[in-house]
Each structure stands twice: as structure tokens, then as C-alpha cells.
Design a protein around this ligand. Structure first.
Ligand code: MN
Length: 330
């Protein structure tokens, strides 16, 4: 057991005891950590006689349809008196069109592990050392004595597996592996979840990854690598934007990698960037000037600009960060 703050656990326990309806929300561009945590919490609360309303800002990624309880997401509007709980979001800007709904809930409970978490909500269980929000939620459910059924264990394992990049990123700590073992004991099937998360790609995804990887550019002697996803490349691959998941992992597998960026055109004046960094460059600090956030090694930002100006702003910041790294005494 990792030590959760007993005062926070008790405060969450009181809110759960006093309410019957819970609006459970993940972040926009939902990943398995946010949606898996939402679904695990929904299952635990429903088994405790509560009513739950699991939501993520649409669209709900189809890639995550293997998560137990997926068909329950975005089905029923929560009543106004429902308590809101959010999972894996470091700021209210991550709730997209659900933001206003969450902010007028009578109580807001926040469960998160982002470095960039600015502190919001009436009660916040935030641990930036947690390998995944799913890990933090497992510890919370255990501390509160709530049921953790097979489906919830599967959701939490999927959260942990994907947030550690398949147990490869530097948040793959003893704490993460212990959590994985406990979830396997609770009924999660590691091989099946790995197949669903990583080995179930449609041909369009392989084509998209090949096209973007082949067109990727290197700079700063290969320490900076970036790729871009435009409407044209999506059309050529016959792929949807959500199929870009995993692409950044290919870019950051480069031997000389220090910073990897993936730029995605999400509108005529909207560009999303995902950033990965090696130790020495703080990804969440790199994207902060652009209104973004995240973790030390993985972060992202949404820029209200077309691709070209957005790309040059971000790449300039990357070059400066790499320059400072070179100048720093080793
Ligand atoms: Mn996460």
C-alpha cells in the first residue's frame, strides 16, 4: 500500500456516503487511464447501490471499446444534484464541452496524477508520483473498502498499462509493477488487455503510422524529431484522428531522441501537439507557454493557430531546450 492522505480519503468517503448520484468524467481525447478510471469507479459505486453517469467529452474513442462498461459511457444525463468526480485531468480546460456542467456540480472530487495539476475541486486526491490515475484509484477503492470486480480490475490494469507505455516509460516503478500484479490477482488478464491495447490495429492505422513516420523530420543532430498529421495524410491512410495514438512512441524510439513532437491539425486554426522528452527536458514546462500541461516525460498543448506558425513556435522552444541542455555542465 502506498500512503494516501487519510484526511483526503475520509473526505471523499464522506462525500460518497452522503450522495446517491455521481457524474464521473474523464478528459477530452479520452485515453485508457481517464476512461478506465471512470468505468472502474462507476462499477464500484453501482455495486455499492449508487447511481452513476460516466461521461467523457465526445467523441468517445472507439479504440477503447474493449474496456468493460464502455457502452454505458455518455448515455444518461446526470441530475443537477449529482456530485462530480473527475479522473486524470490536471485542469478544468481538459473537460471541453462538459466544463460548465462540472463547475456547477454541488461538489467536485478530483483524482489525478499530472505534474501540471493546478489544484481545483472541493476535494483533490493528486499524487504526481502515481504511475497512472488508475493506480491512485485502486488505492482509494481499497482504502474505502469499495468492491473491485473483474471488470474494474481490467479497466484499472488498462489504465496502468497504457500510461506506462506498456511498462516501458520511467514511471514503470516498483509501485507500478506491484499495482499490476494486484490487478492481475483481482482478475485482470494482462495478455488479453495488451492484445486489445496494442495488437488490434486496423490496416488504416498501420498505413497512417507508416506515412507519418516516413515523413518525420530530424533536427539538432537527431535529438529533435517531429511528425505531422494533416487532413491529407489521414485521407491517404483512410484513418481517423484517434488512430494517431501510439505514433509518438514510434518517433521517440529513435536512438538519438531527446524531444519528439507530433503535430496534429485539428481545425483550420487549431493545432494539437504531443511532446515526449528524455530526462533533462521537462515536457510539461516546455508546453506551458502554449497553455499545455502534462507530465515530466509526456505532455501536450492545443494551440489556436494553423499548423505552420504553431509548429515553428513549438520547434523553436524545443531547439532552445536542447541548446540549454548542451550548454549545461554534465
Ligand atoms: Mn494518466
Amino acid at each position: 500500500m502506498t500512503g494516501l492522505d487519510p484526511a483526503i480519503v475520509a473526505a471523499i468517503g464522506r462525500i460518497l456516503a452522503e450522495s446517491d448520484d455521481f457524474l464521473l468524467v474523464g478528459h477530452k481525447d479520452a485515453d485508457a487511464d481517464s476512461l478506465g478510471s471512470v468505468l472502474a469507479m462507476a462499477d464500484a459505486l453501482e455495486r455499492s447501490g449508487k447511481r452513476t453517469y460516466p461521461w467523457v467529452p465526445p467523441p468517445v474513442p472507439r479504440l477503447l471499446r474493449f474496456l468493460p462498461g464502455y457502452p454505458l459511457v455518455n448515455q444518461h444525463l446526470a441530475p443537477d444534484h449529482a456530485v462530480a468526480m473527475t479522473f486524470d485531468a490536471g485542469s478544468p480546460s481538459r473537460f471541453g464541452e462538459l466544463r460548465e456542467r462540472i463547475e456547477r456540480a454541488p461538489k467536485l472530487v478530483v483524482i489525478d496524477h499530472h505534474r501540471s495539476n493546478g489544484g481545483f475541486g472541493d476535494v483533490a486526491l493528486v499524487d504526481t508520483q502515481a504511475p497512472a490515475t488508475g493506480e491512485l484509484l485502486l488505492r482509494l477503492l481499497q482504502a474505502l473498502g469499495l468492491p473491485i470486480a473483474h471488470g474494474a480490475a481490467t479497466n484499472l490494469y488498462a489504465a496502468l498499462l497504457t500510461d506506462t507505455g506498456g511498462f516501458r516509460h520511467d514511471n514503470t516503478t516498483a509501485r507500478a509493477l506491484r499495482c499490476g500484479a494486484e490487478l492481475a490477482e483481482l482478475g485482470a488478464d494482462p495478455a488479453w488487455i495488451a492484445r486489445m491495447a496494442y495488437k488490434s490495429q486496423p490496416a488504416s492505422t498501420l498505413r497512417l503510422h507508416a506515412l507519418v513516420t516516413a515523413a518525420a523530420r530530424l533536427d539538432c543532430d537527431g535529438r529533435l524529431v517531429w511528425g505531422e498529421v494533416t487532413p491529407a495524410v489521414l485521407e491517404e491512410a483512410g484513418a481517423a484522428m484517434e488512430e494517431t495514438e501510439g505514433l509518438i512512441d514510434i518517433l521517440q524510439s529513435l536512438d538519438t531522441f531527446v524531444i519528439a513532437c507530433l503535430f496534429k491539425v485539428t481545425g483550420p486554426k487549431a493545432t494539437k501537439v504531443s511532446v515526449r522528452t528524455r530526462v533533462g527536458v521537462e515536457a510539461h514546462e516546455l508546453v506551458a507557454p502554449f497553455g499545455g500541461g502534462g507530465h515530466a516525460r509526456a505532455a501536450g498543448a492545443d494551440l489556436a493557430q494553423p499548423l505552420e506558425p504553431a509548429r515553428s513556435l513549438v520547434l523553436d522552444a524545443c531547439r532552445r531546450a536542447i541548446g540549454q541542455l548542451a550548454a549545461a555542465p554534465q
